[in-house]
Design a protein around this ligand. Structure first.
Ligand code: TYD
Length: 205
């Protein structure tokens, strides 16, 4: 029996995935589905610690970063994801462990090791949208939020992160060209999700 439905949005900084998550949530609610939204890093004490330390990019080693993201995710899975899925909700999740494989993998940690550490405890997602955009374009969109001298360094890093995101293959991954107009992207995501829900027999309330 299907217990809820987990939809993940992934992508590098500046793909517009949070906006798309919000649009998708509104559309699904309009169609009568019971939807909740979560994001990682979460609101937990670990998530807050990540946010605090992320303001000083080199204050943590890659392994320390990995450890914090795993702690935050464990809490998110137990406190937020599992309870919502048991109640048969549709969960929209803004970033999940594919971000860890991509971002911490791009810092040199073995990607398969990161995957295994996560797959030990996570809930398997049903659909994973990977929003893809050129790192330079992504950074341009969020430029106001970053210091200019850090942008080039960030771009080089995001090129590696993007390559890892693009390497994810399998039935549940849907790679989306996020350089297109916002409404085209949201239409594609909505259509894919509604088709999928129909196929697996998840109906509105
Ligand atoms: P997020 O809050 O999604 O930032 P934004 O809204 O700017 O996209 O994520 C914060 C940063 O944390 C983002 O640069 C990606 C990074 N991150 C990791 O490095 N590893 C992870 O496992 C996750 C979930 C995020």
């Amino acid at each position: 029996m299907h217990k809820g439905f987990l939809i993940v949005l992934e992508g590098i900084d500046g793909t517009g995935k949070s906006t798309q998550a919000e649009i998708l949530m509104m559309r699904l609610r309009k169609s009568g589905y019971d939807v909740v939204y979560f994001r990682e890093p979460s609101q937990s004490k670990w998530g807050r610690e990540i946010k605090r330390k992320a303001l000083h990019p080199d204050s943590l080693s890659p392994e320390e970063e990995l450890d914090l993201f795993l702690k935050d995710r464990k809490e998110n899975v137990e406190k937020n994801l599992k309870p919502a899925l048991v109640r048969k909700k549709i969960v929209i999740l803004d970033r999940y462990y594919f971000s860890t494989i991509a971002y911490q993998g791009a810092k040199g940690i073995d990607q398969e090791r990161i995957r295994r550490m996560n797959e030990d405890f996570v809930v398997d997602p049903d659909l994973v949208f990977v929003l893809d955009v050129d790192p330079q374009e992504g950074l341009n969109r969020i430029k106001k939020r970053k210091k200019k001298d850090k942008l080039f360094e960030r771009e080089e890093y995001l090129v590696k992160v993007r390559d890892i995101f693009r390497s994810f293959k399998g039935e549940k991954f849907i790679h989306i060209d996020a350089s297109r107009p916002k409404k085209d992207i949201s239409a594609e995501i909505e259509e894919t999700v509604l088709d999928y829900l129909k196929i697996v027999g998840v109906r509105p309330h």
